[in-house]
Design a protein around this ligand. Structure first.
Ligand code: 5GP
Length: 194
């Protein structure tokens, strides 16, 4: 998606050979118009899949997930990284954080996802697919179907993309990074559907 690639190039920052900073428009300060477009793009791709719930993990995925949920007119769940005292019967999974380099537990109220739900996972980044695996586990534990995943920025040189594709999931990305050269992003256009 041209608008997303432009935003990353103009407003993002390549921190090192693995990490991009996008806290000027995606996961700290949020550009509502850009995120509205992202929601429309994801919704358009997944509109015929019978999605009943959107899920993400706090906090970076919340904005694109909510925008997609508005377009598809379905509820959106964000898995929490700390169990609140009000959560009575949580479903939990352990996830390894690529950026924080540690394991953490994600939790969700059991009744938020019900057997038979058709679930779409939306996130800001795809790196090694650890967040995706956590959501896969939630769906398994709740007997729900993980229909696919919409990712704003996929770093195709990491392990997530091959993991998801090998399992046959529908993976739709707005911007795909092949790698970095001289501090600049090299885009992978091979999966772009414009
Ligand atoms: P994964 O679970 O696929 O290994 O990593 C995805 C998660 O790690 C995303 O939800 C995001 O929070 C974080 N992440 C991965 N790569 C980057 C990156 O390059 N920049 C930022 N800001 N977050 C990242």
């Amino acid at each position: 998606m041209l608008e997303f690639r432009k935003a990353i190039e103009q407003r993002g920052k390549v921190l090192n050979s693995q990490v991009v900073k996008v806290d000027t428009f995606l996961n700290h300060m949020i550009d509502p118009e850009l995120l509205k477009l992202a929601g429309k793009e994801f919704a358009n791709h997944f509109k015929d899949k019978g999605i009943t719930k959107i899920i993400t993990i706090e906090s970076g995925g919340i904005a694109p997930a909510l925008m997609t949920a508005i377009e598809l007119d379905v509820p959106m769940i964000y898995a929490k990284k700390t169990k609140p005292s009000t959560m009575e019967d949580p479903v939990v999974a352990v996830v390894y954080s690529f950026t924080k380099e540690k394991h953490y537990t994600i939790c969700m109220e059991r009744e938020a996802m019900i057997p038979g739900d058709k679930v779409l996972f939306i996130d800001d980044f795809l790196a090694n697919g650890e967040a995706f695996k956590g959501i896969e586990e939630f769906c398994r534990l709740r007997d729900a179907e993980l229909v696919g995943t919409g990712i704003c920025i996929s770093k195709n040189f990491q392990k997530g993309r091959p993991y998801i594709e090998k399992k046959g999931y529908d993976l739709y990305t707005l911007a795909a990074i092949e790698g970095f050269k001289d501090g600049k992003i090299v885009w992978d256009f091979s999966q772009e559907q414009e």
